[in-house]
Design a protein around this ligand. Structure first.
Ligand code: ARG
Length: 584
């Protein structure tokens, strides 16, 4: 649509006597009204006329020039509605889309602002919680899309690898040393952490010993360092498996410990600026929220002299700004940390750092489970592994049933090995899609039967549409047809059915869907766009037979449309981080 927005802008701008941005052209909620719209309310004051009168006047003036570019314009009440003619869509959307492949919708690399994304950030020596999956994939998706759209993106994992809990772990490792297995795994660490907490109820000396141990760690004690390093390495190895499985990457693993040598200098700086003050034995900065409201102070040093979570976040922000001079920095973190980020940003503001408004907390909601076993526990305390297992079991059951069904053609039956691989891909795709198709700020109602279904707005539904494109293209190739051989003229003459035009019109909105996703910080925008593509593809596939041996021109043209759909679905699935099974 970008091409057409620019044409309309060029024609409309000189008639308005005011600046017209590309984004001033809206997408009508109801597509029957047109592809783009311009509301005339704003002009009313300027021109001293009622909006519907302005719309009618403008439509009259614009019509001839725009029509020559394939754009019909009409006034509808206070709106100017624009409709792109099917032929123009074919020339400016379908043809480039078939040619560009998966580069479609990308902007020149690194042509836009510097954008830092921080996401995932699980805590070392604790299992990966489902809660962290949400921030992980929302962040990774936004970062991927931003990169695709030309932002200069940097991604960071702020691992929770520092804090008093390492004192406790060190004490626990010593205390239970004789009972530990030879290979200490993440599970071992989790178990002894739970156990030491139990023991603490009856033995108060553990608390003080742990505090001592952490103080030693902060002071650089070599033995404590060794223990700490071991815990971090064990955990990272485990986390990496999850990241591989979910196709998530980071430019930097800079955990909380990364800023450790910057904490004392930070405190001195705050002190000399006169904003660090004592409050009940602790060192704090008094802060307000962005809208000027009084909020609890940001504690930066506890009464025992230890640094805390917020200290490391303030240091991290300073460090990252020094390094990247970012235009934006987005923290994708659960909504229960809203106050924490207000305090951190409030501290940056108290320090008079003019870049503070560039930082934002993208707050994510929780998972809620329908499954009885899980619904009684708080969403945060369910491990990703448990949810993974649930999804994989369900997907395996579904795939087996499909495969055994009488409706499945003999030659389409899958081997056991294929079923295993595909079930895993379907399970991951389903979970990722369920998560990303929900508004990230809202809680997510997780119902495994609904999530893993081939019907409805699910991950498998999208994956299946992509697989279907692949199989059509495979069969066409075997029959000697190429999906990229039709020329523009042939496409214009052949693709005239409403289902074909509707699908092309939807494919044309891909870049807009990506921009909307970034503007709103909601991968759910891209997810719902891909559902639209899948639905329109379904209508097209039902109504328009692709392989027509008696009519090669029609076959070639429809194959081009299948190829274009495949490109959008494939790139869309990649951007969401969903696996793409070859067969299903
Ligand atoms: N490790 C934290 C947790 O699991 C999340 C870290 C979020 N990022 C930050 N810069 N504070 O709750």
């Amino acid at each position: 649509m970008e091409h057409f927005r620019i044409l309309i802008q060029k024609a409309l701008q000189p008639l308005l006597g005011m600046e017209l941005k590309l984004t001033d052209l809206e997408t009508p909620p109801d597509r029957a009204r047109g592809d783009l719209a311009f509301p005339c309310f704003r002009l009313s004051k300027l021109l001293g006329k009622a909006p519907p009168v302005i719309a009618t006047d403008l439509a009259g003036t614009l019509a001839p020039a725009l029509l020559a570019s394939g754009i019909q314009v009409e006034a509808a009440g206070p709106y100017l509605n624009f409709r792109i003619k099917a032929q123009a869509l074919i020339e400016h959307v379908l043809v480039p889309l078939v040619k560009a492949g998966t580069n479609f919708g990308s902007s020149a690399k690194d042509s836009r602002e510097k954008w830092v994304f921080e996401y995932s950030s699980p805590n070392v020596a604790k299992p990966f919680q489902i809660y962290h999956l949400r921030t992980t994939i929302v962040g990774a998706t936004l970062a991927r899309i931003a990169r695709h759209r030309g932002f200069q993106v940097t991604t960071i994992n702020h691992l929770g690898d520092w804090g008093t809990q390492y004192g406790k772990l060190a004490i626990a490792l010593k205390r239970y040393e004789s009972e530990l297995p030879k290979d200490i795994t993440l599970k071992t660490l989790v178990d002894i952490y739970v156990r030491i907490h139990k023991d603490m109820e009856t033995d108060p000396t553990i608390e003080t010993a742990s505090q001592d141990a952490f103080r030693k760690l902060e002071a650089g004690d070599p033995e404590m360092r060794k223990i700490w390093k071991m815990c971090v390495d064990i955990s990272l190895k485990e986390f990496q498996k999850t990241y591989d499985r979910y196709q998530v990457t980071f430019d930097h693993f800079w955990g909380e410990s990364h800023y450790e040598d910057q904490l004392k200098p930070l405190l001195s700086r705050l002190k000399s600026e006169g904003i660090l003050v004592e409050d009940q034995g602790a060192q704090v900065v008094h802060v307000t929220s962005r809208d000027g409201k009084e909020i609890p102070p940001c504690i930066l040093e506890k009464s025992d002299g230890a640094s805390i979570y917020a200290t490391r976040d303030v240091a991290a922000a300073l460090y990252r700004y020094e390094k990247f001079h970012f235009d934006r920095m987005s923290y994708i973190v659960g909504k229960e940390q809203k106050l924490h980020f207000e305090q951190v940003f409030g501290t940056l503001r108290a320090m008079k750092l003019d870049w503070e408004p560039r930082c934002e907390h993208i707050a994510t909601g929780l998972y809620r489970f329908k499954d009885a076993k899980m619904s009684t526990r708080k969403g945060n305390f369910i491990t990703l592994e448990e949810v993974n297992d649930l999804c994989t079991a369900k997907s395996l059951e579904l795939m087996r049933a499909r495969n055994a069904s009488e409706d499945t053609r003999e030659e389409a039956r899958l081997s056991d090995a294929e079923i295993n691989t595909i079930s895993e891909q379907v399970a991951i795709g389903a979970l990722v899609f369920a998560d990303l198709s929900t508004d990230p700020s809202k809680d997510l109602e997780f119902d495994v039967d609904r999530v893993i279904s081939f019907e409805g707005e699910t991950g498998p539904y999208l994956q299946y549409a992509h697989t279907r494109c692949l199989s059509i293209l495979r069969r066409a190739k075997a029959a000697g047809f190429s999906a990229t051989s039709a020329d523009t003229k042939e496409l214009m003459e052949t693709l005239v059915k409403p289902e074909e035009s509707a699908l092309i019109g939807t494919l044309a909105r891909f870049s807009e869907a990506l921009e909307r996703t970034l503007d709103q910080r909601k991968p759910s925008q891209l997810a719902s766009y891909l559902i639209d593509v899948t639905k329109d593809f379904g209508h097209f596939y039902r109504e328009c037979k692709v392989m027509n041996p008696e009519n090669p021109a029609l076959t070639r043209a429809r194959l081009a449309l299948v190829e274009a759909s495949r490109n959008v679905l494939s790139l869309g699935l990649d951007l969401l981080g969903m696996p793409k099974p070859e067969k299903m």
